[in-house]
Structure formats: structure tokens, C-alpha cells
Design a protein around this ligand. Structure first.
Ligand code: BDP
Length: 331
């Protein structure tokens, strides 16, 4: 290589570097990473894929990305931190284990706080969701929409649960949040926090007697194969958040931000529709798999047992009183 050739290359490299430096912010192609705890064929997963596809298409490929399913990028508590730091760009999180990072979200982890799924939609699409959105944003998370995760009910390998007395002495896995430990303990059981990925094995080897979840998660994880009593207590309705890293969101142009918000809304609509279909399908699968399902027409004994959970929570978090009342007193 001659000397003048070398000079020529150097000048080219300098020119290229200068072009990159003056390119407008947000103009470089982005390559997003999305975190998901669920398997690929699941309403959350389809919602996330649709979100990414719409963002990719509408930005003409300026933003590309990949959804990593089945929790391969780690547990939810770790993923929340990564998202806040910008190491992950988007995710769908249950608001259940979000309380530690964003205390206001604990309001939806209070048992029986919502009266029904339609009421949950109304609150989350209105004042309730807006209040939680602000709290999330203060912690570096942008809520683009709230997905449906139905209602959670208890399942176990011992017996049907019809009254709180049936929970007596049972070791029940819960998501990582003291409120859920308190919830099970106030029913006379032993609430045991544990990562989602460990539950199947723990029920199988009797480390725990059961857990609690919505029909699609109970089915998609095969927990129903090892815990064949499903009792429809429906004690928790916990929405999920299609969340973006505020760091990643703030790095977008205003046009891109609009595209992302619209895609978030569209994917939420899609996920909610798919959720209803999957719930029905999951109930069929578990029944065909030998599960004994029992309805609980009168849930008042379970609700009454939750009084101390509310009292303890409000005593320790008096600053949350107005927020709890906003949800609790809604029609
Ligand atoms: C599922 C939620 C998921 C939770 C899981 C759990 O969709 O986000 O991680 O429950 O129980 O219903 O851990």
C-alpha cells in the first residue's frame, strides 16, 4: 500500500466520522431487545411480536428488534432493572412483582381490588392507568398499554379449595411481592415466593403444594399436570404493562414516538382479544387433562380474610391511600 493510498483512506474515515457526528439524533438504525417471560405461542408473545412488526414497518426499518421469549433473558426483577438502565428496550411485565421498583403499582396487587375484568379495563384505560403510568415514568419506564392477564386462582395437588379453611397448612407459591405472602398467610396457608420458572418442578417434588395463576399460564406451563385441583377463587386481577425503557423512548424522534405509541395501543387491543380466546382454549385443555375445576359462587369468605392485608398495607404506606381509594371505590 502506498503512502498516498493511506492518506486517502484516512481522509475517507474522517469524512465518514464527521457525517455520523452531524446525523440528527435518532437517525441511526436501532436494534431493540424485547424481554418476555412467556413461551412463543401465548397472547402476550403475539402482542409483543405485533408491536415490534408495526414499529419496524412504520419506521421503514429505522427501528428493528427481536422479542426474546420464554424468559431466556432472565427473571422479571432483573429485567425491570435492565429496562430502566436501557439494556432492554421493551418488555411485558406483570404489575405483580413491580411493586419493589415502583411502589404505586402495588395497588393492583391487592386481592379483589378490581370487581371484574371490564372494570379493570375501564380503570386502566382511564385515571388508574394514568396514575400508574406517571409512577412508572418517574422510575424510567414508559407504559404503552395494559395487557389483560385475566384473574388468578389457586391450584394444588391435594384437594379442591372451597373455603379459606381448605387452604390451611398449604404451601403455596406466589410471585415475588410481600403482599402475596400476606394474602396466602391470611388464608391460613404458607405463601412462598419463587421464580415462575421453578414452579413446575417444585410442585412435582412437593416442595410446594400448589400455586395460583390464570388459566393460560396454568396451562402453558403444564402446571396443571402436577397440580390437578383448580379452584376459581379469582382473588387477583393483575394487568400487565407493555413497557418501554424511557431511555430508549427519549432517544426517538417525535415521529417515531408517535409510531411507537400507536403500535402499543394496537398491540394492546390485539392482546386483549387473543386473551379471551386463549382463556377458553386453556380451560378446555386442562379439563381434558384431568383437572378437577371448581367454581366458587360466593367469594365473600375469601374477601373478608383479606381485611388485614389491606390494613397492613395502608398502615405501612399511608401515602398510597388516595390511589387505593381511586381503585377501591370505583363503580
Ligand atoms: C403470569 C404472568 C407472568 C408472571 C407469572 C408468574 O403473565 O408475568 O411471571 O404469571 O406467576 O400469569 O410468575
Amino acid at each position: 500500500m502506498t503512502f498516498s493510498n493511506l492518506i486517502g483512506r484516512g481522509a475517507f474515515a474522517l469524512a465518514a466520522a464527521a457525517t455520523m457526528a452531524i446525523a440528527p439524533m435518532g437517525a441511526e438504525a436501532k436494534d431493540w431487545r424485547g424481554w418476555n417471560i412467556h413461551v412463543e405461542d401465548y397472547p402476550v408473545s403475539h402482542g409483543m411480536e405485533a408491536f415490534m412488526a408495526e414499529v419496524e414497518e412504520k419506521t421503514g426499518g429505522e427501528i428493528k428488534g427481536k422479542v426474546f421469549h420464554a424468559g431466556v433473558l432472565g427473571s422479571q426483577p432483573d429485567a425491570i432493572e435492565q429496562l430502566r438502565l436501557g439494556a432492554l428496550d421493551f418488555a411485558v411485565f406483570s404489575l405483580g412483582p413491580m411493586g419493589q421498583a415502583v411502589p404505586a403499582t402495588n395497588v393492583v396487587s391487592l386481592p379483589f381490588i378490581f370487581k371484574s375484568i371490564p372494570q379493570m379495563y375501564e380503570l386502566m384505560d382511564g385515571a388508574g392507568g394514568a396514575a400508574l403510568g406517571e409512577a412508572l415514568e418517574e422510575k424510567g419506564i414508559v407504559a404503552l398499554g395494559y395487557y389483560d392477564a385475566g384473574a388468578r386462582s389457586f391450584y394444588n395437588s391435594i384437594q379442591p379449595i372451597n373455603t379459606p379453611a381448605d387452604v390451611e397448612g398449604m404451601k403455596i407459591r406466589v410471585m415475588n411481592n410481600d403482599l402475596f405472602v400476606d394474602m396466602v398467610n391470611n388464608l391460613g396457608g404458607n405463601g412462598t415466593p419463587m421464580a415462575f420458572a421453578e414452579v413446575y418442578q417444585s410442585i412435582k417434588n412437593n416442595t410446594v403444594d400448589g400455586a395460583e395463576n390464570n388459566p393460560p399460564s396454568y396451562e402453558s406451563t403444564s402446571h396443571f399436570e402436577v397440580a390437578q385441583f383448580y379452584s376459581l377463587t379469582q382473588h387477583l386481577i393483575i394487568p400487565e404493562c407493555l413497557c418501554m425503557s424511557k431511555k430508549a423512548f427519549d432517544a426517538l424522534t417525535p415521529e417515531q414516538q408517535e409510531i411507537v405509541k400507536t403500535a402499543g395501543k394496537n398491540s394492546t387491543d390485539l392482546q386483549r382479544k387473543l386473551w379471551g380466546e386463549r382463556e377458553a382454549a386453556s380451560m378446555e385443555i386442562i379439563k381434558a387433562g384431568g383437572v378437577q375445576v371448581n367454581e366458587i359462587a360466593d367469594k365473600s369468605a375469601f374477601q373478608a380474610a383479606m381485611g388485614p392485608v389491606y390494613d397492613g398495607y395502608l398502615a405501612a404506606n399511608s401515602d398510597m391511600t388516595d390511589l387505593v381509594n381511586l381503585f377501591r371505590n370505583a363503580d
